[in-house]
Design a protein around this ligand. Structure first.
Ligand code: ARG
Length: 270
């Protein structure tokens, strides 16, 4: 009799424990009530693109980083921003090993086939960085010149359009900072990258004696977006959060902190 009740007691404990275990599992997976804690998101970036994302005293800093922080707060998510690098970022989002990317990423039709994008949050265009004494005055002058670009960027694409896809004069680098180093060391005659990035570099490194050339006819306007794996359920939440930051002045505050001027929010919202 004693033996039996001890056995029954152990069985009962096992039953209770297993019931607890399974109910925890299901609430974690399927019951996504508003009181459920949201998962911590992994955000990928390539932190070598100042002033959008770059390393400063071991920390990822920049306009994108401040913007991301505000968006995450508004959307109610915790996150880890990881410096995975440019090409790996696209792989991560394709394989869904990151939840989203922020990296001055231009929204375009080609990328839209594989990824989803948030609303636009920044207006950009490619520009040409050259030595101060360069004879290059427009995109047309890039013919026959050696041009350094970050591979897999719209800068590379724009240069390919100008001088041909397999042109050996296009020198491709994993990071934009390396493309700029190539120019400084005389291995290239120009760098093509986002206007804010090349302008920032020329201004902050006066010893390098560089200047920037704009060519509105050759380089089209581009918009940055947060990039998600295709079909990500996060997009609507983040679109709403971005809209709120536009409307409540938070976006303008962050923009002014980094660029000293007012953003054209109406254009970004359109
Ligand atoms: N806007 C360009 C593109 O999307 C360049 C972005 C490069 N960003 C970076 N963090 N390296 O292709």
């Amino acid at each position: 009799m004693k033996k039996f009740s001890a056995l029954a007691f152990i069985l009962a404990i096992i039953l209770i424990l297993s019931a607890c275990g399974s109910s925890q599992d299901s609430s974690g997976d399927s019951k996504k009530g508003s009181s459920e804690p949201k998962k911590t998101l992994k955000v990928g970036t390539d932190a070598s693109y100042a002033p959008f994302e770059y390393m400063d005293k071991g920390k990822i800093t920049g306009f994108d980083v401040d913007f991301l922080k505000a968006v995450m707060k508004e959307a109610g998510y915790k996150y880890n921003l990881v410096n995975v690098g440019w090409d790996p970022l696209f792989v991560e989002l394709k394989n869904k090993t990151s939840d989203l990317g922020i990296s001055a990423i231009t929204i375009n039709d080609e990328r839209k086939q594989t990824y989803d994008f948030s609303k636009a949050y920044f207006l950009s265009t490619n520009e040409i960085l050259v030595p101060e004494n360069s004879k290059i005055k427009s995109a047309a002058d890039l013919k026959g010149k050696r041009i350094a670009v970050q591979s897999g960027t719209t800068g590379q694409e724009a240069v390919e359009k100008l001088i041909g896809k397999n042109n050996k004069n296009i020198k491709k680098f994993k990071q934009n900072t390396l493309a700029i180093q190539e120019l400084i060391h005389g291995g290239a005659d120009a760098v093509v990258a986002d206007n804010t990035v090349v302008e920032d570099y020329a201004k902050n490194n006066p010893n390098q004696k560089l200047k920037v050339i704009a060519d509105k006819k050759a380089f089209a306007p581009e918009y940055y977006g947060l990039m998600f794996p295709k079909g990500s359920k996060l997009k609507p939440t983040f679109d709403k959060a971005i809209e709120t930051l536009y409307d409540n002045g938070t976006y303008e505050k962050i923009y002014k902190k980094w660029f000293k001027v007012k953003p054209d929010v109406a254009n970004l919202k359109a």
